[in-house]
Ligand binder design. Structure first.
Ligand code: AMP
Ligand code: ZN
Length: 755
């Protein structure tokens, strides 16, 4: 079939993509006729690639497949950023617990890198991403990096200070041509990370950094032992494998600055001419509305998807529903929809491939559909458009045999394993026999029997489908079984608010559970034990638990009418999870308790007594005071008026939510969310009262203690900044003069902030 021909005109068409450098749609015309050279910024292998990273690699894979479908060869290189370069700092600060644990176990950086490389390649295989021709590792290319760096120094594009080498941005006038007017903010961020008095210009970036005392991962150079900067590896490896001029360079949009801007400076100062023709950048995958990244705590890896019984290719399908320059918000709800879409497509293919032999393929129709399909793909990778063409073709009037022939060609680009459907849907002979039995029963109008057989098949894990060519049976997919098991929510937005409905209970005990089953059990059971003759309900949001907590909660809810569970299909941010509790509560009083808490007596009586007072809107055992909004003290051993209430036990009347509102969902991490929400109470004139005699015991706060120090600090600081941004000038809300006697904690899970 003439795939490079347009169905209507017979003219060859080429792939056009948006070039970040020229800011226009550029045709991919290979420098070497017939061979497209493409470089993809690959994974950092001291952690798993998350599905956001994988979206970027899918984009590159589609580029390659589309070019290959049209008869071009693609020489594709994807580097492996293994340990050794500057971003390893992050690793050494112990940001990553996995890596810290591996090093503690005596694993070498190279072993860790190999481990994550293998996992990355397995993920790519599961997503049908073609393996590149080469996967060069950064640490195998130190000599090449040094060669470029030396030459940049010789040519005056770089300078040396104390064994460090810097790229001199002011000597490369075209610096900034990729990213345009460099955003002040990003530049400052880059400067903050690389604050260095040796730089002549804050925009300058490191090419080589001298090794500090005690550093083990380092290499010799003419400037002494050291290690490379972040960007130089891609200049070195792209030039080595693809030459001084090549066609396409891909990455995510966050790579544009500083990484690719730096790469252009280095490579072009080195070769003296433009190196890359087309820069192609994919937009981000978001989760809960913000860029997916490990440090934001909203990243998922492919095995999280597989753990829910969803096929990795459903994620590929999901990415096909948005164009690459559009942000895509990931939710399990949309992933499940994609899974169903993929399944429907497979069911069609299954049907077509089981048609009786006979009808010939209609070549004319085939050429026409393929022309339409390629038109979409060539138009700046309009994969959603190509998918729409696929469905239009599937629903069209052409014969099943022709559809089958066409879909086989389409699948070279879609890569959804549509061919393997017969294997996947295969069932044992005895199950097939049941289908025949059922047909016989039906023909005898014995519907009781035919229904019984259908139910039996369903219980055994098979799905009976009545199609145009008779009844067919296939195994139930893993995701269909998971779907049946439990209803889940993907966001707080999809949970209805009952805030304005009348109270149906005296008290709601609100809990957010995320793993640590024994802790969850302790808090739920102890909370219910002391409710006395109050009409109490417990609302638990199971925030993406994976350790059996969900099952325990389901069993509890089945046997205990006072417990209601709402399962989130992944770990929502703390603000969002708590808002689900708030929206679903129906008690006059709401008591939010943390899973590290054990309730050891009647807390509800004292809480209600305080909330009956006009001057108290928020109460709990552990308050906080501050003089300056920067240092919060827990007023050790003290009760009385407070500036904030700690989340361990946080009680208020439900009707106050009508003026206080819900929590801010930008707080993904729990810490400082309680302070922020407390200020919502203060702002509305609700007093905050602590009483340390309220009988609760604090156990280890595992959400905190299981985090690495670096992670805690970063997450806490992010939230603290959010708090300050909103409340920084509201000292007027503070309880005057009280903070002075407070005791400031240095460490631990208190709320002290030193700035
Ligand atoms: P890294 O391992 O951080 O170097 O990232 C690997 C690739 O994934 C780079 O091309 C990034 O631009 C890209 N990337 C990072 N985060 C996301 C995201 N949330 N969505 C899409 N691509 C991303
Ligand atoms: Zn790169």
């Amino acid at each position: 079939m003439a795939l490079s021909l347009d169905g209507n005109t017979g003219e060859a068409k080429l792939l056009k993509v948006y070039n970040t450098l020229s800011k226009t749609l550029d045709e991919i015309t290979p420098i070497d006729p017939g061979v497209v050279k493409m470089y993809t910024c690959g994974p950092t292998v001291y952690r798993d690639a998350h599905i956001g990273n994988l979206r970027s690699y899918l984009m590159a894979d589609w580029v390659r497949r589309i070019l290959e479908m049209q008869g071009l060869k693609v020489q594709h290189i994807k580097n492996i950023t293994d340990v050794g370069h500057m971003r390893q700092e992050v690793l050494e600060q112990g940001e990553d617990k996995v890596i810290a644990a591996a090093i503690a176990e005596g694993k070498t950086p190279a072993q860790i890198a190999q481990f994550y490389t293998d996992r990355f390649l397995a993920d790519e295989t599961d997503l049908n991403i073609h393996r590149p021709m080469e996967l060069p590792k950064a640490t195998d290319h130190i000599p090449e990096m040094l060669e470029i760096t030396e030459e940049l120094v010789e040519k005056g594009f770089a300078y040396v200070v104390d064994g460090n080498v810097y790229f001199s941005v002011s000597d490369f006038p075209e610096y900034g041509k990729l990213s345009g007017n460099i955003h002040e903010e990003e530049l400052l961020e880059a400067v903050r990370v690389e604050a260095d008095p040796n730089k002549r210009d804050p925009r300058d970036f490191t090419l080589w950094k001298s090794a500090e005392e005690g550093r083990t991962v380092k290499w010799p150079s003419v400037w002494g032992d050291g290690f490379p900067g972040w960007h130089i590896e891609c200049s070195a490896m792209s030039i080595k494998y693809l030459g001084r001029e090549f066609d396409i360079h891909t990455g995510g949009v966050d790579n544009i600055f500083p990484h690719h801007e730096g790469e252009i400076g280095q490579s072009e100062a080195f070769t003296g001419k433009p190196v890359v023709n087309t820069w192609l950048h994919g937009q981000h995958l978001l989760a809960d509305g913000v860029k997916m990244s490990k440090s934001s705590g909203n990243s998922f890896i492919l095995s999280d998807i597989q753990a829910k019984g969803i096929e990795p290719l459903a994620f590929r399908y999901l990415c096909m529903t948005a164009r690459y320059r559009t942000r895509l918000n990931f939710t399990f709800t949309s992933l499940k929809a994609a899974q169903r879409g993929l399944h429907r497509l497979k069911s069609r293919v299954w049907e077509w491939s089981n048609l009786p032999e006979g009808e010939a393929v209609d070549d004319e129709a085939s050429t026409e559909w393929q022309g339409k399909f390629l038109d979409r793909l060539n138009d700046n990778l309009d994969i959603p458009g190509a998918l729409a063409v696929t469905w239009a073709m599937a629903k069209s009037g052409i014969s099943g045999q022709t559809k089958l022939a066409i879909i086989r060609e389409f699948d070279k680009a879609l890569a959804l394993d549509l061919e393997s459907v017969n294997e996947q849907f295969q069932v044992p002979a005895d199950v097939l026999a049941k289908v025949t039995e059922r047909a016989t029963a039906k023909s005898k109008k014995d519907y009781a029997e035919s229904d019984r057989i259908r139910r039996q098949l369903d219980e055994d894990g098979y799905v009976l489908q009545d199609t145009a060519s008779g009844a067919r049976v296939r195994p139930k997919a893993a995701w269909e079984k998971v779907d049946e098991a439990r209803n889940t929510v993907s966001s707080a937005a999809e949970v209805p608010s009952l805030v304005n409905q009348p109270d149906t209970h005296d008290v709601t005990i609100g809990i957010v559970a995320n793993n640590y089953k024994d802790d969850v059990k302790r808090v739920v059971e102890s909370a219910l034990k002391w409710t006395g003759d109050r009409n109490a309900e417990t609302v638990v949001v199971d925030n993406g638990s994976t350790d059996g907590t969900s099952e325990w909660l389901d069993a509890m809810a089945a046997s205990e009418p006072r417990v209601r569970v709402i399962h989130a299909d992944h770990s929502l941010g703390e603000g969002a999870a708590k808002n689900i509790v708030l929206k679903q509560s129906l008690g006059r009083t709401v008591v939010l308790v943390d899973t590290s808490v054990e309730i050891t007596g009647d807390i509800y009586g004292p809480i209600d007594a305080y909330l009956d007072r006009d001057d108290v809107g928020l109460v709990g055992p552990f308050g906080l005071r501050t003089d300056d909004l920067h240092h919060f003290h827990d007023g050790e051993g003290e009760s009385g008026n407070m500036d904030a209430m700690q989340a361990y036990c946080f009680a208020f009347r439900r009707d106050s939510l009508r003026d206080v509102g819900l929590m801010r969902e930008s707080f993904r991490f729990y810490r400082n969310l309680d302070i922020d929400f407390s200020f919502h109470f203060k702002e509305q004139g609700h007093g905050i009262m602590a009483d340390q005699s309220i009988p609760v015991v604090l156990h280890e706060h595992r959400v905190w203690s299981e985090l690495a120090e670096g992670e805690r600090d970063e997450l806490s600081l992010k939230n603290y900044r959010r708090f300050l941004e909103k409340w920084g000038d509201r000292a007027d809300l503070l309880v005057s003069g009280n903070g002075a006697n407070g005791h400031s904690h240095e460490h631990g899970d208190d709320h002290d902030h030193d700035h």
